[in-house]
Design a protein around this ligand. Sequence first.
Ligand code: ZN
Length: 140
Amino acid sequence: MDGATAVGQEGIPQDSRSEAKSARLLERLERLLEEAAEVEVELSRAEGVIRGVPHYSVIEGRAHAMGQRLSRAVQQRQMNEVVAGQPLTAKCPGCGTRCELEACKREVKAADGPLELQELRGDCPCCRRSFFPAAGNLGV
Ligand SMILES: [Zn+2]
């Protein structure tokens, strides 16, 4: 610590380094979103989906689909981070036996469309039950 620790709005300690990092990441995100919007416009023209003066609903529909695609990508990345930070064993909710967990993928129907999420699964050797410890906490 460099002594610059302060408490943020929600009681979360923040220091000048984390604020600077957040500012850099936000600036990068803005730049990438601008570029993504630019590429989407060029792609829609190259594919011929949008020509001349289209009905606005066509523009809005393409933009919304792109937003949903971004949302699914963020959800997948967040779940990968969650899985990476989880312990690799958990107690079976059925019998309490401590079981090894393995990363697996599962199809989920999210609000922004179907996606494949990574999560940890335990297969209890005693009661032959499969369970997903992180999913119970996350509401997936
Ligand atoms: Zn069990």
